[in-house]
Design a protein around this ligand. Structure first.
Ligand SMILES: [Zn+2]
Ligand SMILES: [Zn+2]
Length: 337
């Protein structure tokens, strides 16, 4: 099979991913083999490539995988050959540690990430335990479904963690793949809420997309919005954005940081101004299978418009570079067949 392989970490500008021919993997005990049709490209993969997030090496990246089952181990019985399935960031959780037993398998002591601790979807085939694959509802095509598996599903977990109520004002810091999906989910689940969007540059492509999707206010990070925020979600790589989001947060408000690594430090903050008043800050770590399943059931009820920029498997370096420089809006996806 063809696969994009990362042998050693490096700046994405150096084109570190190599397109190579590898043996097609065989499903192990309880696993399925998937012929991949599309794989989303995520900011986390930039962290993997550039060494901010430690992964096995060499590794095949990719954790938003859509494809069809082409082979089953004899212990695997959930799916049939030809079924359309998806794989998300959670590749494995142990099932018996404190966190797994308490419904927080995303924090499992032995958590394995797809395309990080195990090979993922920047390839023509991959294997996964049948228990960590999902049947995919027939509402969107493969290319438009792939970004739902991380940008959508982890974005949905972030939204749940904000503790949002209908009528709250929520702010998005960063308006990429995740925010543009979750914005649409908010409009369905919390119709009386207002959505404020903070972007890098005035009238840039993400700002234009936010306007098209009906944002109530759009500004550049650093600007003060017309009202304080009850909830905020930060998906940016920059540490200073955390300080900015806290500055605009209402008493009792909560900021959820949906980023696996920040590229810069959080500046010092003065307690009484930024945190007192029961303001909270919470990170999002990984995802549970329940989050993915819940989100997939939400999308069946929600007519989502997913903005996708398509790349070929051979263009994986280009896709990641374009993501780094914020050159496209919405989600980048590798179209594999
Ligand atoms: Zn991701
Ligand atoms: Zn566990």
């Amino acid at each position: 099979m063809l696969a994009q392989i990362l042998r050693k970490t490096s700046r994405i500008e150096d084109n570190p991913l190599e397109l190579v021919e590898l043996p097609t993997p065989k499903p192990g005990s309880g696993e399925i083999l998937i012929k991949i049709s599309a794989c989303g490209v995520c900011h986390t993969e930039l962290d993997e490539v550039e060494g901010r997030l430690k992964c096995k090496l060499p590794v095949i990246l990719g954790h938003q995988v859509i494809g069809r089952v082409t082979e089953l181990d004899e212990e695997a019985s959930r799916f049939n050959i030809g079924d359309r399935v998806g794989v998300a960031w959670i590749y494995h959780a142990c099932g018996h540690c404190y966190y797994c037993l308490n419904g927080e398998e995303n924090l499992c002591d032995n958590f394995k990430g797809t395309g990080c601790d195990a090979d993922g979807g920047y390839a023509e085939y991959m294997t996964v335990s049948e228990n960590f694959a999902y049947p995919i509802p027939d509402v969107l095509d493969d290319i438009h479904t792939a970004p739902l598996l991380c940008a959508g599903a982890i974005g949905y977990r972030a939204l749940k963690l904000t503790g949002m109520n209908d009528g709250d004002i929520i702010g998005f810091y960063g308006y990429g793949a995740s925010a543009h999906i979750i914005h649409q989910v908010i409009k369905i689940l919390y119709p009386d809420s207002k959505v404020y969007v903070f972007t890098r540059r005035e009238n840039d492509a993400p700002s234009q997309l936010a306007a098209k999707l009906g944002a109530d206010w759009i500004g550049v990070t650093g600007e003060t919005p017309p009202s304080k925020l009850h909830r905020a979600i930060d998906t940016t790589p920059s540490g200073i954005v955390i300080k900015e989001a806290l500055r605009n947060l209402e008493k009792g408000g909560r900021l959820v940081v949906n980023v696996i690594r920040k590229e810069s430090m959080i500046p010092e903050i003065e307690y009484s101004e930024y945190l007192w008043g029961e303001r909270e800050i919470k990170s999002v770590a990984n995802i549970t299978r329940k989050d993915v399943q819940e989100f997939l059931s939400v999308i069946v009820r929600t007519p989502l418009k997913i903005n996708v920029k398509e790349f070929k498997l051979s263009e994986a370096n280009k896709a990641l570079l374009s993501l780094k420089h914020g050159k496209h809006v919405g989600a980048a996806v590798l179209k594999i067949i």
